[in-house]
Design a protein around this ligand. Sequence first.
Ligand SMILES: Nc1nc2c(ncn2[C@@H]2O[C@H](COP(=O)(O)OP(=O)(O)OP(=O)(O)O)[C@@H](O)[C@H]2O)c(=O)[nH]1
Length: 464
Amino acid sequence: MLLNKYKFSPVILLFSLALVLSSVGLWCRSYDALSLFWPGNAVLLGLLIRFPSLNCRAGFPAMYLGMVIADLSVGTPPPAAFGMDAANLLFILVGRAVLLNTRFGNGRTRRLQALMRTFPAAVMASAVAATIGSVASAHYYQSDLLKGWIDWFCEQFSTTILLLPLTIAIPRRDELPPLFSGLPLSSPLPLLALLFSTLMGIWVGGGGSLLFPLPALLWSAIRYPMFLSSLLTLLTGMTEIILVANNVLNIQGVGDVFRLDSLASARLGVAAMTISPLIVALSASANRKLVARVTQRADYDFLTGALTRSGLSQRLETQVNQKNKPQPFLGAVLLLDIDHFKKINDTWGHAAGDVVLIKTVECIRNTLHQSAIISRMGGEEFLILMEGLSQPRASLLAERLRSAIEANSVIVEGADLSITVSIGICSINISQVNRLDAAIQKADEELYIAKSSGRNRVSPQFSI
Ligand SMILES: Nc1nc2c(ncn2[C@@H]2O[C@H](COP(=O)(O)OP(=O)(O)OP(=O)(O)O)[C@@H](O)[C@H]2O)c(=O)[nH]1
């Protein structure tokens, strides 16, 4: 959308971004505090995921060219620039392939799927980039190959884990209002806890201090929108790396004299680490409850407890597409409609009509086997699916159901609201859920015949 609006060519945009981001990375190299970060690869990869319109074949050589020009402009020897930037480009290609691989992620949105794959993508892309990059560095700068690999890998991996989620989570325009309403100002405690625990880490020092902010980060992740919590994670991670590099956060401990401090640090660190899964578990369990409640609302009719249309599709889909063993649904479909229901509403009111609907479903449940699937198609029309029934048997059962409903007295505030129903039947063989629509249409034609030939009957009728 951004590209269409401003008529940017993705190729030029990617070239410029690669040039700018590589220049920023090279500039960071000259500042001790920032020399530990090479942000370009993770940001470019994240942008390709966040903005699908940036993806085009020519974009990759364009990014490569941008990176190489940035390197050459600061005096990197050309062969070294070509080699190391090939590693950077490979990082993006491998990361993108892992993040967008659809084989395991059916049904998830592109961004959500990519966010869930951040970890494997960071590992694989960093490993490949480290392999090519360390060979190139070792060749041109005569550095140690193994140390070069470890340096490349650690730097790429940690920067990716910090930057990639943030880039992928850049909010869309429709996500901005919830983002602002979720700002830490309206709920500042997780942010304050984060600041406090980071300062505690600096004060206590020792191996455990790196973990102090973990619970506060998880708390922020639960409380704040994705983009904000990714931003806080990035800032905390960068701060810790810079503080450790500059010995402000002394993870070695301060020597034997202060052993108690190191032990205290380790204890607090372990406590922070072990409380964190609990926070995640609590949030996951709250989520599961919420999903269950929403599913219940979407899949079941609030009034009668029968399945809704979407609930029916869902039920059939699970039944038909059983894992490793797809099973066609063979049986009968009954379409049942209450006769002259409008008259009940008009004479006795809507609330009385509701009672009739509830009692009708109760009667269907009591008459049929519990394996019958009952769904409310809307208004006073219900669909019943029965597995393993031939059409003549279904017809007999429908007849039994019709007379049970006729005999079922519904008394509301002293008034007799007993009803009759008309039922259309058709046999079904469903191996795909969309075939259900064809079966419903056929049953609907039969229902029309039952209605037009006097109501309170089943169509077609089978005589034995
Ligand atoms: N009480 C109540 N009425 C509903 C509900 N949903 C739909 N209706 C009513 O159901 C009635 C359906 O009327 P029609 O489609 O004319 O059908 P009918 O009166 O049963 O006539 P036939 O089907 O031809 O026998 C309408 O008056 C709707 O307002 C509901 O949830 N509760």
